[in-house]
Design a protein around this ligand. Structure first.
Ligand code: NAD
Length: 484
C-alpha cells in the first residue's frame, strides 16, 4: 500500500497549506485505509483563492487570449488527462469507490472530452449577427470574470470538469472546491494542467468544507462573478442565499428522484438493462438515477422477476477488481442514511424483495450495500419522494399512460425521466409533457454535450451544456452599429 498523499491548495500557482495549518483525512471506502492528509481550507484561504483568480482575470493573459489560443492549451490539458488516465482513474476509484473499469473507460475519458468539447465550442460556435438596412446588430460574449466551481463527490473530476472546462474555455478564471470526501483527483489534475501550460492563477483549487470554512468566500465574495454548484438541494439553497447578497448568478445542479416508466409494449430486455443501469450504476449515487420504477400492471410480475434476477447477479465488491459492477458507498454516515431509508420503507409498509442489509464478510470493512428493490409503496411514501442516493429501487405499478405521467411528475424534483416503450407516438407525447430537464427513451445516460443539462423544480436552477454554458459563463452583450 502506498503512503498517504499530502494535498495542499493551489492558489495563484503556489501549493500552500491552510492559513491555520488545519488538515482532514480522506479514506478509501473499500477498506477505510488512509489515502491522504488534506489541507482544510479556512475562509481566509477561500478569500486568497478568489484574490488569485481575480488578479489572473484582471491582469493576466487568459481572458484576452483568442478562443483558439485558449483551445490549444485546453487540448494540451486534455492530452495530459488521457496520458494519465490510468493514474487518475485509480485515484478516483480509491478515493470515491467508483468501479475502476467505469473510471477507465467512461468517466476519466469524459474529463478530457469535456475539455476538448468546450475548447472547440468556444472557438467555433456560431454567433448572432442581424444586418437590417443601415443597422448591423451582433452579440459579443466576453467572459464573466471569476467563477466559483463547487462540486460533489459522486463523480468528482468529471463533474468538476463539467464546470471548469466551459468556464476556462470562455475566458474566465476559476476557483474550484472539490468535495471533502474526494479531494485527490482535482489536486492531481491541477498539477497536470499547470504542467500542460495553463497559466498560473487561472485555475485555483481549494480543499475543505462549506459554510464558514473555505467555501464561504466562494459564494459570498463580491469579486466572484459566477457560481456553478453541483450538490444537494439543501446545500444549493444555502449557496443561492449567500449569492443573493451580491446578486451573483448561480447555476445549480441539485438532487433528483427521477421516474423510470416501463410500458407493456417495451422491449423487456432493453427495459431491464436500462433500469439496472438507471438505478445501480455508481451504486445508486447518481443524481439522474431512475429511482422510482413505474411498471405497467400487466407486465409487473414478469418484469419484476427479470429485474430482480439481474439485480441479484450484479457483482458487488472491490471496485478495482475486473467484473465488479457496484463498489462501496462513499462513507459510513451515508451508508447509515441509505439503510435508514430502507428501514423507513418497511415501516411505511414496503416489502424488500432483495437486498436491504449491509454486506459483511470480506466486505465488512467497506461501506457496501447490495442492490435493493422495494415494492408495496405508493408514490406518496417518503421513500418514493426523498432522494436516497443509494442502490435502492422503489417499484410502483400503474395502469394507463396518463396515470404514469401523473406519478412521474408528482415529485418535488424534476431532473430526469426515463421511459421504455416501442410506441413512438407515446414516447414523444410523454417527453413533451414530462416535467424534467432530460428525458431518455429506451436508454439512459447518453449525453450530447450540446444539449442543455439541468433540472426543474428542486433539481436545480439554470442549464449548462454547449450554448447554455456560453450564456452562463459570459456576459452576452448586444452591439448595434448604424452605417451613415
Ligand atoms: P453536498 O451538497 O453535501 O456538497 C456539495 C459541495 O458543496 C461539496 O463540495 C461541499 O463541500 C460543498 N458545500 C457544502 N456546504 C456548502 C456551503 N454552505 N456553501 C458552499 N459549498 C458548500 O452534496 P454531496 O453530498 O457532495 O453530493 C451529492 C448530492 O449532489 C446529491 O444530492 C446529488 O443528487 C447531487 N448531484 C447533483 C447533480 C446534478 O447534476 N444535478 C450531479 C451530481 C450530484
Amino acid at each position: 500500500m502506498s503512503a498517504p498523499t499530502s494535498v495542499r491548495h493551489l492558489i495563484g500557482g503556489e501549493w500552500v497549506g491552510s492559513s491555520d495549518g488545519g488538515t482532514f483525512e480522506t479514506h478509501d471506502p473499500h477498506d477505510q485505509s488512509l489515502l491522504g492528509i488534506v489541507a482544510r481550507g479556512t475562509a481566509e484561504d477561500g478569500t486568497r483563492a478568489v484574490t488569485a483568480a481575480r488578479t489572473a482575470f484582471d491582469e493576466g493573459p487568459w481572458p484576452s487570449m483568442t478562443p483558439k489560443e485558449r483551445a490549444r492549451i485546453l487540448h494540451a490539458v486534455a492530452d495530459a488527462v488521457d496520458a494519465h488516465r490510468d493514474e487518475l482513474a485509480l485515484l478516483e476509484t480509491r478515493d470515491g469507490g467508483k468501479v475502476l473499469s467505469h473510471m477507465l473507460h467512461a468517466e476519466t475519458p469524459r474529463v478530457a472530452h469535456n475539455l476538448r468539447f468546450f475548447a472547440d465550442f468556444a472557438a467555433m460556435a456560431p454567433n448572432e449577427a442581424y444586418p437590417d438596412g443601415p443597422l448591423l446588430s451582433y452579440v459579443l460574449t466576453p467572459p464573466a470574470g471569476v467563477v466559483s466551481a463547487i462540486s460533489p463527490w459522486n463523480a468528482p473530476l468529471m463533474l468538476a470538469s463539467w464546470k471548469f472546462a466551459p468556464a476556462l474555455a470562455f475566458g474566465n478564471t476559476v476557483v474550484l472546491k472539490p468535495a471533502p470526501q474526494t479531494p485527490l483527483s482535482a489536486a492531481r489534475f491541477a498539477e497536470l494542467a499547470l504542467e500542460a501550460g495553463l497559466p498560473e492563477g487561472v485555475l485555483n483549487v481549494v480543499q475543505g468544507y462549506g459554510g464558514d470554512e473555505v467555501a464561504g468566500p466562494l459564494t459570498s465574495d463580491p469579486r466572484v462573478d459566477r457560481i456553478t454548484f453541483t450538490g444537494s438541494t439543501a446545500t444549493g439553497r444555502k449557496v443561492m442565499a449567500a449569492a443573493a447578497q451580491n446578486l451573483t448568478p448561480v447555476s445549480a445542479e441539485l438532487g433528483g428522484k427521477s421516474a423510470n416508466v416501463v410500458f407493456d409494449d417495451a422491449d423487456l430486455e432493453i427495459a431491464t438493462d436500462v433500469a439496472i443501469k438507471g438505478v445501480f450504476a455508481g451504486s445508486g449515487q447518481v443524481c439522474l438515477a431512475g429511482t422510482r420504477l413505474l411498471v405497467q400492471r400487466g407486465i409487473l410480475d414478469d418484469y419484476l422477476a427479470r429485474f430482480t434476477e439481474k439485480a441479484q447477479a450484479l457483482t458487488v465488491g472491490d471496485p478495482k477488481v475486473d467484473g465488479t459492477r457496484m463498489g462501496p458507498l462513499i462513507e459510513g454516515p451515508h451508508l447509515d442514511k441509505v439503510h435508514g431509508y430502507v428501514e423507513l420503507a418497511q415501516a411505511e409498509g414496503g416489502k424488500v424483495v432483495t437486498g436491504g442489509t449491509r454486506l459483511g464478510g470480506d466486505l465488512a470493512r467497506g461501506f457496501y450495500y447490495p442492490p435493493t428493490i422495494i415494492t408495496g409503496l405508493t408514490n406518496q411514501a417518503r421513500t418514493a419522494r426523498e432522494e436516497i442516493f443509494g442502490p435502492v429501487q422503489t417499484v410502483i405499478p400503474f395502469d394507463t399512460e396518463d396515470e404514469a405521467l401523473a406519478i412521474a411528475n408528482d415529485s418535488p424534483y424534476g431532473l430526469a425521466g426515463i421511459l421504455c416503450t416501442q410506441n413512438l407516438d407515446r414516447a414523444h407525447r410523454l417527453a413533451a409533457r414530462w416535467q424534467a430537464g432530460m428525458v431518455w427513451i429506451n436508454c439512459f445516460f447518453e449525453r450530447d454535450l450540446r444539449l442543455p443539462f439541468g433540472g426543474e423544480g428542486q433539481s436545480g436552477v439554470g442549464r449548462e451544456g454547449g450554448p447554455y454554458s456560453r450564456e452562463f459563463f459570459t456576459n452576452p452583450r448586444a452591439v448595434t452599429l448604424r452605417m451613415h
